[in-house]
Design a protein around this ligand. Structure first.
Ligand code: G3P
Length: 214
């Protein structure tokens, strides 16, 4: 499973890139709003640090406006994936942009039919938002299971980015389902390696090492 970082914060991206496990980055307008930088400069800097795809979101609402906005974003760097919300205008734009070889990440996916349409339109990625479904007492991971099955049935060349991740169990369940990618906030990725028994074990081994004759 590929690990993307769900952030627009360069410090966090540099940190996780340094761990050697960073495969990509996803941003959205809410994440960009937290950073004190011009959007285009921010995305360019992220693309320079990140070894894989960097999602930058289009905010236009009509296909005729989304298309030039996406083309301009795609020119920022070779590893840009343009993020487009899934609705009819977004689908129309995705069909044209994917035909031009621009990687599209269809976002705000909350149903399997939205994912199926996105894949048919040529999207390279779909982003089901599982945490937001869990927040309203629906099973976000069930959506991932259904999309995974549908994409396998028809061998769609479209990768699932499990998004709106809230805790490490989401990552375990996504991996068990064979989802291609999880996009993870820094606060959650930081928890993945920690275990109190590991810390206690290291402490004990170091204490006992002090008693070993050298
Ligand atoms: O990439 C955006 C997505 O992960 C949103 O997460 O926490 O705002 O539901 P959240």
């Amino acid at each position: 499973m590929k690990f993307f970082l769900d952030t627009a914060n360069l410090k966090e991206i540099r940190e996780v890139a340094g761990w050697g496990i960073l495969d990509g980055v996803t941003t959205n307008p809410s994440l960009a709003a937290k950073e004190n930088a011009k959007f285009e400069d921010l995305i360019r800097d992220i693309c320079a640090v990140c070894p894989g795809p960097v999602s930058a979101e289009c905010v236009s609402e009509k296909a005729e406006d989304i298309i030039p906005e996406a083309r301009a974003l795609a020119k920022i760097a070779s590893n840009i994936a343009v993020k487009i919300p899934v609705n009819l205008e977004g689908l129309k734009a995705t069909k044209i942009l994917s035909g031009e070889g621009i990687a599209v990440n269809m976002t705000l996916i909350f149903s399997p039919t939205q994912a199926l349409l996105a894949a048919k339109a040529g999207a390279k990625f779909v982003s089901p938002f599982i945490g937001r479904l869990d927040d309203i007492s629906q099973d976000g991971m069930e959506l991932v299971r259904e999309i995974t099955q549908i994409f396998e049935n028809y061998r769609f060349d479209c990768e699932i980015i499990v998004a709106s991740v809230r805790h490490p169990r989401h990552i375990v369940d996504a991996a068990l389902l064979g989802a291609d990618i999880c996009t993870i906030p820094f606060s959650v990725i930081d928890k993945l390696v920690r275990h109190p028994l590991t810390d206690a074990g290291i402490e004990k081994f170091l204490k006992d090492w002090g008693k070993v004759k050298k």
